[in-house]
Write a protein that binds this ligand. Structure first.
Ligand code: SAM
Length: 225
């Protein structure tokens, strides 16, 4: 019998944010394939058990498929949150499907969904961009394509580029309600309801620190709608 690939959500900050099922699966599998062995080792130390760890890089996915074919079960985790969401993992999952191997979800936190939930914006529907392009021209183009978007827009951004991203949002989307979700679940967690222009004023004078999700309101409806 072949083994199962479990795709396991892990904390995005607070190590208590892991499900009972995720802990059980991580304990039961033969190996854990991870983005960063040091981060996963810290998580396992917190949970008080050890497990063989395989780093996910290059062609290491082939070794994982071999293990699955040989009947071993393997858990896939990323550095934080949900594997494959702006993190490695999707290729391995695709290869497992292609090889006809069972893939199972062990859901957990994801910063995009956590930020949506605390934004207070109408997140019944949203567009998730992941990280915006680094190059200014491409970033503005990507944002301009979203100017008429009638759903909330959720963006991951590195602290080094938060101010530029806000500047480009202001010029392409205009000033709109915005939720800034910073360091979710961590000691310096901050969720601020503001606008694109006010957030830009703030981060022009204050260096953004930590991990950020920007949750932007949809395009306003026109008067005839
Ligand atoms: N796989 C992860 C997930 O499911 O959310 C995302 C990993 S991605 C490499 C890292 C980005 O996610 C950060 O740059 C930030 O935009 C966002 N992020 C992760 N953890 C966060 C947190 N605790 N607070 C705010 N944003 C976070």
């Amino acid at each position: 019998m072949v083994g199962t690939l479990y795709v396991v959500g892990t904390p995005i900050g607070n190590l208590e944010d892991i499900t009972l099922r995720a802990i059980r699966i991580l304990k039961e599998v033969d190996a854990i394939v991870c983005e960063d062995t040091r981060t996963t080792m810290k998580l396992l130390a917190h949970l008080s058990f050890a497990k063989p760890l395989l780093a996910l890089y290059g062609r290491s996915g082939e070794g994982v498929l071999q293990r699955l074919r040989a009947g071993e079960s393997v858990a896939l985790v990323s550095e934080s949150g949900t594997p494959g969401v702006s993190d490695p993992g999707a290729e391995l999952v695709a290869a497992a499907h292609e090889a006809g191997l069972p893939v199972r979800a062990v859901p957990g936190p994801s910063a995009a969904v956590a930020a949506a939930s605390v934004s207070g914006l109408p997140t019944d529907e949203f567009v998730f961009t992941g990280f915006l392009p680094r190059k200014p021209g491409k970033r503005r183009k990507a944002l301009a394509a979203l100017a008429g978007e009638r759903r909330v827009i959720i963006v991951y951004e590195s602290p080094h580029r938060v101010a530029q991203a806000l500047e480009d949002m202001l010029s392409t989307l205009g000033d709109r309600p915005l939720a800034v979700a910073r360091e979710l679940t961590k000691v310096h967690e901050e969720v601020t309801r503001t606008t694109v222009a006010r957030a830009l004023d703030r981060f022009r004078v204050e260096s953004p620190r930590g991990e950020f999700v920007l949750v932007v309101a949809p395009a306003p409806s026109s008067p005839e709608e």
